[in-house]
Design a protein around this ligand. Structure first.
Ligand SMILES: [Zn+2]
Length: 292
């Protein structure tokens, strides 16, 4: 008999040792170097994570294809490495992310090859996100929009990682000026999280070539308070100019939910050594909208 969803996920993480690639990357994660900056009163860590160069190059540029299984989609069930086990949850499978940023890092793809759109089925996906955050105690769940850092925009997925490692979770909420922060003890109803999120979402403008307003989302649940918190980061741009620079100011930084929540990932040693507090401030300012 299986226990709670969290028990099953913890069991999955305990069995990590059977998957060589993931095991190696989780062991390496324990040794990664980190720098810490304070930017506008908020903590931003920089993690030197060289393994992350691999998922960044695993991309799929065919967002409109709606076939059930795609030959080049590594989130489709037929493409999964045989070592990658999953815990079923609704229409999803909870899997270990083999390229971790967190000691517990999950990828949660939908069973079907459907595009990355948080509003689909009248925000049912967002509803699922809240259920995941509530059931996976100790995790924060995050979503990267199709043009805001999703590694596979053609296949719907969330990720989750250790809640307490995201600086925004325990930071001073007044100071995180790039986050639209919503709190609610209810999921449904007039003051419920879904309705509040929907209202924000519908207030965002969208470019003609976009399927959804450009954004990252982080959600967590506090059991003690019985409350969800959702942070929406409105994006102006995905990659900062320094990403494409051919000069010495080049930084291979691709901001997504994790960066917006206070953890910048350097995929090359030179970027880790070079990046300054000013670079972080400039990148945030370039890619995200300040909230009033
Ligand atoms: Zn797929």
């Amino acid at each position: 008999m299986s226990g709670s969803l969290l028990d099953d996920v913890n069991k999955l993480l305990e069995e990590l040792g059977k998957w060589e690639l993931a095991k190696k990357n989780y062991e390496n994660l324990e040794q990664v170097k980190e720098k810490v900056f304070e930017v506008n009163g908020c903590i931003y860590k920089v993690q030197c994570n060289l393994a992350r160069i691999a998922p960044a190059t695993q991309t799929n540029n065919n967002p409109m294809n709606k076939d059930d299984k795609q030959p080049n989609c590594f989130l489709c069930s037929n493409q999964r490495p045989k070592e990658q086990k999953r815990v079923p949850f609704k229409d999803y499978g909870i899997q270990i992310n083999p390229f971790p940023i967190f000691p517990k890092h999950l990828t949660i793809p939908s069973n079907k090859h459907e595009p990355q759109l948080i509003a689909s089925n009248n925000f049912a996906r967002f509803d699922d996100m809240l259920d995941l955050a509530q059931q996976l105690d100790g995790f924060a769940v995050f979503y990267n929009g199709p043009k805001a850092g999703a590694s596979v925009p053609s296949h719907f997925h969330f990720q989750a990682g250790n809640k307490d490692l995201f600086p925004i979770v325990n930071g001073d909420k007044e100071k995180w000026k790039y986050a639209i922060r919503i709190e609610s003890k209810d999921k449904d109803g007039e003051k419920g999280m879904i309705k509040l999120f929907k209202a924000k979402y519908n207030s965002f403008s969208k470019e003609p070539d976009e399927n959804e307003p450009m954004m990252n989302i982080l959600t967590w649940y506090e059991k003690e308070k019985g409350q969800w918190t959702t942070c929406i980061f409105r994006r102006k741009k995905f990659r900062p100019a320094c990403y494409d620079s051919l000069k010495e100011d080049k930084l291979l930084i691709t901001p997504a939910s994790v960066e917006m929540s206070g953890i910048f990932i350097a995929k090359r040693i030179e970027d880790f050594e070079k990046i300054t507090k000013k670079d972080i401030a400039d990148i945030l300012n370039e890619v995200a909208e300040i909230q009033a």
